[in-house]
Design a protein around this ligand. Structure first.
Ligand code: UDP
Ligand code: MG
Length: 196
């Protein structure tokens, strides 16, 4: 038998660029209309809508080992650890087969934002920010009757506080980069204009 000479496998050319998915972050306080308007946007622009909150609620329902922890955090209006949410988002992105995403309700704090960028190497194309008064948001949440455990006055107040203290700084971060498109009037036509 001859000697097998192993030739090193040539590394793939590092200069080959793989097209990264397009991501738009959709941010705004609880009840500001993010989910509702995302549903309108996907009809016209070919995006896949991924709601971080919906993914977390589905994870609770699936009976996963993180379910109880997630449920407790949501009940308290707290932000679930980045690692958990990012894994769910990555999985949903892969499974969608699409390369354009509206990520709704994430990133909710600086740590979420930095972790997402570090793990996925994706920077958002822009950020849609739903600017809505607290009174209006509270009125909408209390009227929406989705049977959510966190849609009660006590938890809503906590969610507002977390939004002001932790989530608004993320909007400000992207504002400084000129990436924020602010939505103050949620008519479908206005949304169409702002997406271009
Ligand atoms: N949540 C989280 N990380 C996320 C998105 C949601 O921890 O990236 C949790 C958080 O407790 C939040 C809840 O899920 O209060 C509901 O979020 P969702 O975006 O569904 O609702 P919103 O408050 O924006 O109406
Ligand atoms: Mg929502």
């Amino acid at each position: 038998m001859g000697t097998v000479v192993e030739t090193p496998v040539k590394e793939a050319d590092a200069t080959v660029t793989v097209k990264k998915p397009t991501v738009v972050f959709v941010l705004g306080g609880p009840g500001s209309g993010k989910g509702t308007q995302c549903a309108n946007i996907v009809e016209h622009f070919g995006y896949t809508h991924l709601s971080a909150g919906d993914l977390l609620r589905a994870e609770i329902k699936s009976g996963s080992e993180n379910g109880t922890m997630i449920q407790n955090m949501i009940k308290e209006g707290k932000i679930v650890p980045s690692e958990v949410t990012i894994k769910l988002l990555q999985k949903a992105m892969e499974e969608s087969g699409n390369d354009k995403f509206l990520i709704d309700g994430f990133p909710r704090n600086e740590e979420n934002r930095a972790a997402f960028e570090a793990v996925t190497k994706i920077e958002p194309e822009f950020v849609l920010f739903f600017d809505c008064s607290e009174e209006e948001m509270e009125r909408r949440i209390l009227n929406r009757n989705q049977g959510r455990e966190d849609d009660n006055v006590e938890t809503i107040r906590k969610r507002f506080k977390v939004f002001l203290e932790s989530s608004l700084p993320v909007v400000q971060y992207y504002e400084a980069k000129g990436k924020v498109r602010k939505v103050i009037f949620c008519s479908p036509i206005f949304i169409l204009v702002i997406m271009f």
